[in-house]
Write a protein that binds this ligand. Sequence first.
Ligand SMILES: NC(=O)c1ccc[n+]([C@@H]2O[C@H](COP(=O)([O-])OP(=O)(O)OC[C@H]3O[C@@H](n4cnc5c(N)ncnc54)[C@H](O)[C@@H]3O)[C@@H](O)[C@H]2O)c1
Length: 325
Amino acid sequence: MTLRVGIVGAGNMATVHADGWGAAGDSIIAVLDADAERAAEFAAATGGRVADDLDDLLRSVDVVDICTPTDTHLNYVLAGAAAGVAVACEKPLARTGDGARSAVAACREAGVPLLVGHVVRFFPEYVEARARVAAGDIGDVAVVRLDRSTYLPAGASAWFKDPARSGGVVHDLMIHDVDYAAWIAGTVTRAYARLAGSIDGGDHVLATLKHEGGAISHVQASWAFPVGSFRTSIEIAGSEGLITRHAADPFRSLVAVSPDVPDVPAPPTSGESPYVTQIRHFSDVLQGKATSRIAPEDAAAAVDVCDAIATSIESGQAVQIGENL
Ligand SMILES: NC(=O)c1ccc[n+]([C@@H]2O[C@H](COP(=O)([O-])OP(=O)(O)OC[C@H]3O[C@@H](n4cnc5c(N)ncnc54)[C@H](O)[C@@H]3O)[C@@H](O)[C@H]2O)c1
């Protein structure tokens, strides 16, 4: 079966997703973007058409794929649910945990699938580490340490640089590892975080998370690293062993800024683009060939934890999660 896909937002991630839908054999039927010129270029490149408006797009597709700025996700998810159309949405599911949970509820009540792009769950190294934990290779998980350090792209869209719209480095970047930590060690119940510093507007945040089973995660996310760099690492210490993976060049001296540095840097990995793997998986789920690897509730929980991290940074206090939700 070929799915009819409508994409909302025709920027960086929409282009990446379009590759994935193409690889899955699905068709981009319609596109909508606040910037009409961008929508027209995207439609020409993907073979779809520019929709007249959101209702027009939703009427003609099996799935709406939301690739717009973070603070606009919620309204599009609610519209997809109201129209009875399956929803795919980039992370974070919404700008706040409250919004994310209402998105999950709306899709559940409407009976439509909700697939959120927590792409780290498709990076082979992260998948392998989790499989080894699940197989019992390292015993009980005790301490997880995750790092995601890159730069704030000079050419990034204005919304991205506005924390009120993107959530800043916590909701935009750290959320990847917040979700992964919960996937490995279970629900996060407490967060303590510090903004360690900022360089040219690029924040560096350190967070300590406590999981319901007692494990602890140390998560670092940074937009304060040199332009062109992207470093990630995984360390999972258990009662009987340790899993580590550090993705960085053995030796690298990054002193010159290349003119073709990407606006949206991608972390190093191997094999097929995990973004393509993710969309193939979404396609399989929507066709009943697979069960979603990302429960909508997990995507909402990740936003709740990011909200708690942001609150902790502001207050200087640890924040309990889930008490009043
Ligand atoms: N999974 C990842 O690794 C990853 C990486 C980058 C971005 N993202 C997420 O993807 C989303 C999009 O990011 P991006 O980098 O593609 O942004 P972008 O700025 O490149 O593209 C956003 C597009 O949406 C359009 N737009 C803005 N407001 C709109 C509205 N209300 N309705 C319709 N169109 C609108 C803009 O004109 C633009 O074309 C964000 O939520 C971001 O956090 C995820």
